[in-house]
Design a protein around this ligand. Structure first.
Ligand SMILES: Nc1ncnc2c1ncn2[C@@H]1O[C@H](COP(=O)(O)OP(=O)(O)OP(=O)(O)O)[C@@H](O)[C@H]1O
Length: 344
């Protein structure tokens, strides 16, 4: 078997609940339901989903910080539930935020400590720490205490730690959150560098442009269940969006679709009644509405003309048509589910 085919991370039938309250008011809330996920060497797997969907919980379970209630976690062939310590030798975990290092200690000494923990051989250790610090542009900050680091520097130091122990699996929870565009770009290029070395990467993000750039596989999680999975192209195809069209409307009440002059108050049923409308979004800025409609195709060739005529009667002027972005595909998945069941 080709080494790229072997799963470095193998989550099988993972279920996890949290409990709230005590005694009679104790409530159990299941946040992951029979979750399955396999990630191969050299694969970037992006987990996306709304707030509270279960992304961080998944990363924590993969990273052995949380145990699943049921199911199995395999990391580089190690049973991570039975032997979390051994599994951790194969992985690096970046949970975001400023934790995971000794704040009062220099970047260099932190890396030396973690290299020691990871069993990096003494001979050559100094060089590999220096090399890792150079690759993440922190060589000149090596002797600085980590508590003085900015968020971007913390993120890069976490990646340096992953580089030193040549982790087979890297888990990244929102690795570019809060970073300026240049730092985010740098972190993305470091992620791609690790991928090129054959590292399996699980990352969560809310940045769809990041997913478009990095992901080999995308999974959309909602309420603890993976509802779609595939390449970016497969997900786009699964939504069967024929095209997107964008309209403007200067009428304050959206051509009468709004009862009151307010963005929250438009009558969604009228637009959904039109043949071919899969979903739409209406946004009002400086008194001007912009309406974006995802069309799923039309039942008859005359239907498009009829729908456009109705929109024009509402005062909506067509600005143009285009392909859907990944963000729109994602919104479509959350709205409709998956029409042709993309998964692998
Ligand atoms: N320690 C905890 N105790 C109780 N409930 C928790 C705990 N951690 C998470 N949850 C709940 O589990 C669910 C999933 O949370 P999780 O942090 O995994 O979501 P997420 O997809 O990472 O969200 P976000 O995009 O906001 O980071 C949420 O309903 C959350 O409130």
């Amino acid at each position: 078997m080709n080494s790229k085919e072997i799963s470095v991370l193998d989550l099988k039938n993972i279920t996890r609940s949290y409990t709230h309250g005590r005694g009679k008011s104790r409530i159990e809330h299941t946040v992951l339901h029979n979750l399955n996920m396999q990630i191969r060497a050299g694969e970037i797997f992006c987990l996306v989903g709304p707030n509270g969907a279960g992304k961080t919980t998944t990363v924590k379970i993969a990273g052995t910080l949380l145990a699943p209630d049921s199911g199995s976690v395999g990391v580089a062939g190690v049973d991570a539930v039975k032997d979390p310590r051994k599994a951790r030798e194969h992985m690096a975990l970046l949970l975001g935020g400023e934790n995971g290092f000794y704040r009062n200690v220099s970047a260099y000494d932190n890396l030396q400590y973690f290299a020691d923990l990871a069993g990096v051989p003494y001979v050559g250790r100094e060089k590999s720490i220096q090399d890792a610090l150079e690759s993440v542009n922190l060589a000149d900050k090596a002797q600085q205490r980590v508590q003085t680091f900015s968020r971007g520097m913390w993120q890069r130091l976490h990646i340096a730690r992953a580089l030193i122990n040549h982790a087979q699996l890297v888990l990244l929870d929102e690795p570019t959150m809060g970073l300026d565009p240049e730092s985010a770009r740098h972190v993305r290029s470091l992620i791609q560098g690790m991928q090129a070395e054959g590292t399996a990467i699980l990352m969560t993000t809310h940045e769809m442009s990041e997913v478009e750039r990095l992901a080999d596989t995308v999974a959309v999680i909602r309420e603890g269940r993976i509802i779609a999975r595939g390449t970016v192209d497969e997900l786009a195809t699964s939504q069967n969006i024929h095209h997107m069209s964008v309209y403007s409307c200067s009428s304050g009440n959206l051509g009468g679709l709004c009862g009151v002059d307010g963005a929250e108050d438009y009558d969604s049923d009228s637009l959904y009644a039109l043949d071919g409308v899969q979903w739409y979004e209406a946004v009002k800025t400086h008194g001007l509405w912009t309406v974006t409609i995802a069309w799923s195709g039309f039942s008859a060739s005359s239907a498009q003309a009829s729908a456009e005529k109705t929109l024009s009667d509402y005062g909506l002027q067509l600005l143009g048509r285009r392909e859907p972005s990944l963000e729109e595909v994602y919104l479509s998945i959350l709205h409709n589910g998956v029409s042709n069941g993309v998964s692998r």
